[in-house]
Design a protein around this ligand. Structure first.
Ligand code: MN
Ligand code: MN
Length: 295
């Protein structure tokens, strides 16, 4: 990685940190989720970045992949995960925090479990640590507070315009003796008072381009072109497309999805409807040092 790439990653991280501070300052129970999402995404742009994906606002048993629809009336409550991404020319910072909007001691404990796990994993991780050791640290911290890590959600390597590149950073000891090569990684512990697994839920309205190709309908083609030009291979959502094209975009997105040019992510739900907390940082691992860009 050269210094220009590192500085773009650091800039994205800095914007993410400022945006989180801003989000924490205004999110209150009862606020419309759509208002929260739009304020956060607007802030990222004001600070000179672009959202690397739609802000995820996932509540209670919804672990991830939830963002408001254009007509959403849902309000903030419960255990709210705010997962946001910033990119500078495709160089991504991916970070998340959780808020207890119920004044619940169980929620607060779940949040502490993920924060402790993230802190331990971030201080441990380097090019000599085995992948299983990072997972095991996360697992131990979460279990020590009496909860379960979510086994089938994990951290991931990040490449330019590619949020989930090849490597997995597990949230449990997965027996992987290998170490992590130089690169950018998201570490993201999830803790639950449920079973520790997620299943696919309803469609999330969050999509990403999966392959090149075209659609016959000319309006759908212009929507597809807009997606390619503005988001490349990074995720986007119905809400963003609706802002540009209005309600006609709903059918266009369906058409584009039907021919397999975009993929819609399902919401991710804890299998036992347990409450889920999340914390996340992005780390650059270099040969001789690491940089946590979102701290
Ligand atoms: Mn994230
Ligand atoms: Mn992530």
């Amino acid at each position: 990685m050269n210094s220009e790439e590192i500085s773009k990653l650091e800039k994205a991280g800095k914007i993410a940190v400022e945006t989180i501070a801003y989000a924490k300052s205004f999110i209150k129970p009862g606020m419309l989720l759509i208002e929260i999402a739009e304020k956060i995404e607007k802030k990222i742009e004001e600070l000179g970045g672009k959202p690397a994906f739609p802000v995820n606002l996932s509540i209670n048993e919804v672990a991830a992949h939830s963002t408001p629809l254009p007509d959403s009336k849902e309000t903030a409550h419960g255990l709210l995960k705010v997962d946001l991404g910033v990119h500078i020319d495709g160089y991504v910072a991916d970070t998340a925090f959780s808020l207890d909007l119920d004044n619940s001691s169980e929620n607060k404990k779940l949040i502490s479990a993920t924060e402790n796990a993230l802190k331990s994993a971030c201080s441990l991780v380097n090019q000599k640590s085995k992948i299983r050791e990072i997972g095991s640290t996360i697992e131990k911290e979460i279990k020590s507070l009496g909860f379960q890590p979510i086994m089938n959600l994990s951290g991931h390597s990040i490449e330019p315009y590619n949020l989930h590149a090849g490597f997995t950073v597990p949230n449990y000891d997965n027996s992987q003796e290998k170490t992590l090569p130089s690169g950018v990684y998201a570490i993201e512990p999830f803790a639950t008072n449920g079973s520790g697994k997620i299943r696919d839920g309803k469609p999330s309205s969050i999509y990403a381009i999966t392959k090149s190709g075209n659609v016959r309908d000319s309006f759908s083609r212009s929507v597809l072109l807009y997606i390619r030009e503005n988001y490349s291979t990074l995720p986007f959502c119905t809400r963003w497309i609706y802002k540009k094209f209005g309600s006609r975009c709903i059918v266009a997105l369906q058409q584009i999805e039907q021919v397999g040019l975009i993929h819609q992510y399902p919401q991710l739900i804890e299998i036992n409807n347990g409450k889920v907390a999340q914390a996340e940082n992005t780390v650059i691992l270099l040969k001789d040092r690491k940089i946590i860009t979102t701290e």
